[in-house]
Design a protein around this ligand. Sequence first.
Ligand SMILES: CC(C)(COP(=O)(O)OP(=O)(O)OC[C@H]1O[C@@H](n2cnc3c(N)ncnc32)[C@H](O)[C@@H]1OP(=O)(O)O)[C@@H](O)C(=O)NCCC(=O)NCCS
Length: 195
Amino acid sequence: MTAAVLTTDRLTLRGWHDSDRAAFHALNSDERVMATIGPVMSRGESDAFMNRIMRHVADHGYGVWCVELAGESIGYTGFMIPWFRDGVEIGWRIRSDHWGRGIAPEAARVCLRHGFDVLDFDEVLSFTSETNTSSRRVMEKIGMAHDPAGDFDHPGVPASSPLRPHVLYRLDRGRWEARTGETVDAHRNGYRDRS
Ligand SMILES: CC(C)(COP(=O)(O)OP(=O)(O)OC[C@H]1O[C@@H](n2cnc3c(N)ncnc32)[C@H](O)[C@@H]1OP(=O)(O)O)[C@@H](O)C(=O)NCCC(=O)NCCS
């Protein structure tokens, strides 16, 4: 199976090609990007991650899309089935020189529309380390609600790491449908440079 191509005013979300591997490694080896996630990745680790993404799409028909801006691969947004719990997770990782322009929420919204309207999800989860305020802001902007009862220690993060405590956010179909069409973040989509 292959992933659908999704588009927004600025972005194209598409499947992955081997030619994306260098840009993907640049993303995954950027210390700013990885500061709230874990160690920076070697080229081999980044390639293995892309292989897992490609396999997820082949197995399930959806996954994490390559986010393209003006023909350049600048990160990812999309869905994954967590290996340690039930449910479907939405996640994002954007090149640091493009932060603060509302790209992650713009990409996430088109993924959610696809998730609820086409893939027929009933609920989408998201989680991140407690201190990852940027990612938590994206969750809030797209209408997800923090579920403190679901907060957990991520089993993939070493017990000694300050990144282990994770917060859980949820968005169910009813809440999504109630928010569809909202434009809270529209003012951010003017590609304003904050760097
Ligand atoms: C989280 C992330 C995807 C957000 O992407 P984005 O396209 O910058 O999203 P937004 O423009 O909506 O910004 C979201 C928040 O990031 C923070 N932010 C924005 N610009 C920033 C910058 N230049 N430097 C640091 N943080 C910044 C702000 O808190 C912002 O919230 P605000 O708009 O209320 O001020 C991006 O910061 C990233 O890739 N981080 C590293 C990877 C990561 O943490 N992924 C999630 C793991 S669960």
